[in-house]
Design a protein around this ligand. Sequence first.
Ligand code: SAM
Ligand code: SF4
Ligand code: SF4
Length: 340
Amino acid sequence: MTLVDRLGRPLGSLRISVTDRCNLRCTYCMPEKEYVWLPRASLLSFEEIVALARVFAGLGVEKVRLTGGEPLQRAELPVLVEMLAGVAGIRELALTTNGVLLADRAADLHAAGLGRLTVSLDTLKADRFRALAGRDALPQVLAGIEAARSVGFVGIKIDTVVLRGDNDDEIGDLVAFGREMKAEVRFIEYMDVGGATRWSEEKVTSRAAILAAIAARFGEVKPLGGRGSAPAERWELADGTTFGIIASTTEPFCGACDRGRITADGMWLQCLYARAGLDLRGPLRDGKSGDELAALLTTAWRGRADRGAEERLHAANREVLIPVSALKKDPHLEMHTRGG
Ligand code: SAM
Ligand code: SF4
Ligand code: SF4
């Protein structure tokens, strides 16, 4: 019997953060000067991650995405990919990366069985990349995308967070770049998640504004439909180029959300906006069996009623969600700890 939560949503996908560390400092995710990191001893080993993935797969999870922080900063990541690729029930194994280290790792990741790749890229301008990501690394990211294509990744996705006044003038250029790279660009609305301490409503470029910018440059855009539980709505231009929009801020899609997230230290969060999660590292290290862990997860998912982004939409005086002082006390509240 399918495991569903209180709103009838199945448990279908899992994002696994393999590290909370990152080699970039994107203004919308890690704008502070200093961060409190998860203690190294608390990070799950590859064996522990795979043990949890098996339990989740047994409860219906078919899609797993590795994320972070920057997942390519985790040593030996291709080894983990190979281990997860062998877990029965996982149909789709994906990775989201900022691409900085991708050129060197693409071949090993592909050989290890990674099926899908998403590279985050917010600008095609080097000076702007530095301003938005805190480091001069655009050439490395572009080389990473090229390398990924050349080792055989197909259907690469490029994720772009659109910030009004910072990169919203590049929407059309990014669509054209995606067409050239045979990669689908997905524009993400700026979200007021934990860690986005510079967020303001004025900085959000809405789905409607993104669509208008694309239509002004390329002409008619046709909705593709068939979204299911996926966060992105997809569209097509007259020449067949496709793109997506993830409108988490202005038109959230919690009603179909089948995602959970595990932090690098084993906390399971049932929503990107959740204030607290369920510790899985403790039970795992206490030697709980797969069945016992499955029972824990089942009870928790049955009780799930989260619809964080929809609740934010109706919040009065929408401002920064979590102040820096609270983030410093509990790094689990940070987007870079939860994975996007
Ligand atoms: N470091 C990797 C990367 O950037 O691709 C993986 C982790 S990152 C947290 C995952 C995704 O979250 C990225 O595509 C990033 O752009 C997105 N993200 C981070 N903060 C965001 C925010 N405030 N609003 C919308 N998307 C955000
Ligand atoms: Fe940027 Fe991803 Fe690092 Fe956040 S985790 S600062 S989005 S590269
Ligand atoms: Fe799912 Fe929470 Fe995001 Fe809504 S806000 S789509 S419930 S993770």
